[in-house]
Ligand binder design. Structure first.
Ligand code: AMP
Length: 380
């Protein structure tokens, strides 16, 4: 029986995994180089670098199963852990997701539609890629990009040189720009025996490359079924265990994949309060060899991220956070910093009208909601 779960990384995703797992009777050990990791209060924290072999061996020895919340865990670290104890999702999923070329090529091979793409490692490569793909296009670093970092949209021929100056030190990928109608994500959990469950397709709104708002359910059953087929291909191909998120663009009723995350995902945070089983609980259920919980609720849920600092702590006018039925606050207990994800709020209601009413009530109390322009998602 699994009693102790080791997690590579101790940020907010690890924190929410532990919050879901403690009522299940699980204990947690985190490995993270950062001293002030926000998951640490929910378990033991081994403060060590990703390549500290002694610490990694200690984590593996003391865990019944290991998982990760952080996509840039070095491949050698993941492989070492995997050689010592069960680790889910498998390192091959991590390996594919860490390089946009490997990721896109795999998706293409699996018949998952993606925008045209081409590897770029030199100026002539860039010119050739833009010639083939056309403008506008997006130039991205193949590795270590997150929250819109390490990427530029090229609209005019003059942008090529500037982009090369900024990004040319890295291995790159050039992708066709998708003038999407909306962005969405499908989150699935796969158990060790292949049983797979899906949460409702979620609509996402990004601001400055960072997820701002997610809402679900937001689409009809036909689109849901099509998205499920796409993520299922990845899960089966990778013989995957755990939660995976597939980020998609919707354009003229066509779904194009952008990227997948081999972990619990920000666009699934609404499942904590808006679904019968959260992505965090089902991830733990999957990696612990348990059966998966129900994902289909009756609510509509809308989540927005809190960036910088928690409202209500520093503003004397909002010295308290209002307790409104159907409104759930999540504070990651992270030190405030400009642009940092420090918490989220989920609104749950029976209908769009209910969501609007809750949002209006919240907006009346906190300016932060007004700035979000929730109408942009509620309109769809
Ligand atoms: P990524 O780091 O690939 O998840 O990109 C961050 C955000 O940039 C996405 O959520 C989109 O809003 C936007 N983006 C990325 N790739 C493209 C693309 N090929 N076409 C249009 N927008 C994109």
């Amino acid at each position: 029986m699994i009693q102790t779960v080791g997690i590579l990384g101790a940020g907010q995703l690890a924190r929410m995994l532990a919050q879901a797992g403690r009522p299940m009777g699980l204990k947690f050990i985190f490995l993270d180089p950062a001293k002030d990791s926000c998951a640490a209060e929910f378990g033991e924290h081994i403060c060590a670098d990703w390549d500290d072999e002694v610490a990694l061996r200690q984590l593996a020895q003391r865990s019944d199963v290991v998982t990760f919340e952080f996509e840039n865990v070095p491949d050698s670290t993941a492989k070492l852990i995997e050689s010592l104890c069960p680790m889910y999702p498998p390192s091959r999923a991590l390996f594919k997701s860490q390089d946009r070329m490997r990721e896109k090529s795999m998706m293409q091979d699996l018949g998952i539609p993606v925008a045209p793409f081409q590897a770029v490692s030199s100026r002539p490569d860039l010119i050739a890629a833009v010639e083939r793909i056309g403008l506008p296009c997006v130039l991205k670093t193949r590795r270590f990009g997150y929250d819109g970092k390490g990427q530029m949209v090229l609209r005019f021929q003059e942008d090529l040189e500037r982009a090369w100056q900024d990004l040319g030190d890295h291995e790159l990928i050039c992708e066709g720009f998708v003038p999407f109608d909306v962005e969405c994500s499908i989150i699935a959990a796969r158990a060790t025996d292949g049983e797979t469950v899906y949460w409702p397709l979620t609509q996402n709104l990004h601001r400055d490359g960072i997820l701002a708002i997610s809402m679900a359910p937001a689409f009809d059953q036909k689109l849901q079924a099509r998205a499920e087929v796409l993520v299922h291909r990845l899960l089966d191909h990778l013989d995957y265990t755990g939660v995976m998120a597939l980020e998609l663009f919707l354009k003229d009723d066509e779904l194009l994949a952008n990227e997948f995350a081999p972990r619990v995902h920000n666009s699934g945070h609404w499942t904590i309060d808006g679904a019968p089983t959260s992505q965090f609980e089902n991830h733990l259920r999957a990696i612990c060899g348990l059966s998966l919980g129900d994902t289909q609720g009756s609510f509509r849920a809308l989540m927005f991220n809190l960036l910088g600092e928690m409202p209500g702590y520093t503003n004397s006018q909002n010295s308290d956070r209002p307790a409104i039925p159907g409104v759930y606050w999540h504070d990651y207990h992270k030190a405030p910093r400009d642009g940092r994800k420090i918490g989220h709020v989920t609104l749950c209601a029976e209908s769009d009208a209910g969501l609007r009413a809750r949002a209006a009530q919240l907006a009346g109390e906190l300016g932060v909601v007004a700035e979000l322009n929730l109408e942009a998602v509620l309109r769809v």
